[in-house]
Design a protein around this ligand. Structure first.
Ligand SMILES: NC(=O)c1ccc[n+]([C@@H]2O[C@H](COP(=O)([O-])OP(=O)(O)OC[C@H]3O[C@@H](n4cnc5c(N)ncnc54)[C@H](OP(=O)(O)O)[C@@H]3O)[C@@H](O)[C@H]2O)c1
Length: 322
């Protein structure tokens, strides 16, 4: 019987920390992009990857807070290789600029950690007129991955090391809209039927579908790159800022028992990104540092392909295509 903290097949559990799941793993020579590395589990992910020798590029929308996090990591991890670059996932122009600047830097790319996110915010359209949670959590990462895929393929070929794409999803994918994903710009942007939590669930379902479709295409291409998704656990971070105070108090009361600490919250990401046990594993969903089963709709390959085409159409229609 499962209980909080019981070990799975990997030998790790919900209580394992990012340092524990990467103990003894050498990340020297690898380069990673971590989106949303200015707060919450992204900070710890960046720190622990740097601790294991990975060159970490923090992709953040607020470079001033990114610089502070970088300073802290470099102070804690002597010799850490960390850079900060600006990326606003809610703006297609910003994603394109980031990808173009990254390519111009000539850096290789082994690991792409699509971690940034927002949760349950009131209805808002992005600069490009797309519902904010869908664009920040899914579409921005979709475009980022698309634009950096050639760099990842070149790196994996030249370095002869497996590339890994890691989408940080959520168990909230179970609570999307009844139709799963609203395929259609008018449907995505329908304010009248907008539910802040279902829209979050929808975007997190998209993270899994995106990783699955990527995994399928990369396999067909024969690329030495895997794509997986995961639920990091429930962790008290800034992500919860849109929840009302009653819920926050209730969550606080159970936090000690059900919530993870930030070092535990970053563990599954670091495990999937670095651990040798995960070599060659692709198109899987992880939870508590082990392979888990998402909702069946998350493994619907037809829906994944439809979402892929819809996302391509949306990103291509912004400022004259990509
Ligand atoms: N915490 C949980 O309980 C939980 C549970 C399940 C899944 N997750 C997932 O875990 C991931 C990390 O969440 P967290 O808990 O660490 O939350 P967090 O502390 O709020 O961190 C989220 C990060 O995303 C960044 N971000 C937000 N909007 C962005 C944008 N438009 N462009 C670029 N970056 C943006 C934030 O930047 P700023 O610092 O500038 O705001 C921040 O660095 C998310 O994908 C979330 O859905 C978290």
């Amino acid at each position: 019987m499962w209980f909080f903290g019981s070990k799975g097949a990997s030998g790790f559990s919900s209580r394992s920390t990012a340092e524990e799941v990467t103990h003894g793993v050498d990340g020297t020579g690898l380069t990673a992009i971590v989106t949303g590395a200015s707060s919450g589990i992204g900070v710890e992910t960046a720190r622990v990857l740097a601790l294991r020798g990975v060159h970490v590029v923090m992709a953040v929308r607020n470079t001033a807070s990114g610089a502070k996090v970088k300073e802290d990591i470099v102070n804690k991890v002597p010799g850490a290789k960390v850079d900060v670059m600006e990326l606003d996932l809610s703006s297609m122009d910003s994603v394109k600029k980031f990808a173009s600047d990254y390519k111009s830097s000539g850096l290789p790319l082994n690991l792409l950690i699509n971690n940034a996110g927002i949760m349950a915010c009131p209805f808002k359209l992005s600069k490009d007129n797309i519902e904010l949670q869908f664009v920040t959590n899914h579409l921005g990462h979709f475009l980022l991955t698309k634009l950096l895929l050639d760099t990842m393929k070149n790196t994996s070929r030249e370095s002869k090391r497996e590339g890994r794409i890691v989408n940080v999803s959520s168990e909230a994918h179970r609570y999307s809209y009844p139709e799963g994903v609203r395929l259609g710009k008018n449907k995505i942007n329908d304010e009248l039927s907008y539910s802040s939590f279902r829209a979050y669930g929808q975007s997190k379902l998209c993270n899994i579908l995106h990783a699955n479709e990527l995994a399928k295409q990369l396999k067909e291409d024969g690329a030495n790159i895997t794509a997986n998704s995961l639920h990091p656990g429930a962790i008290m971070t800034n992500l919860w800022c849109h929840f009302n105070s009653y819920l926050a108090v209730a969550a606080g009361a159970v936090a000690k028992y059900m919530f993870k600490t930030v070092p535990q919250g970053a563990a599954t990401t670091c495990y999937v990104a670095l651990h040798p046990q995960v070599a060659g594993v692709t198109g899987e969903y992880f939870l508590d540092n082990n392979i888990a089963k998402p909702l069946p709709i998350a493994n619907d390959y037809e829906l994944a392909k439809k979402l892929w085409d819809f996302s391509n159409k949306l990103t291509d229609s912004q400022s004259g295509g990509t």
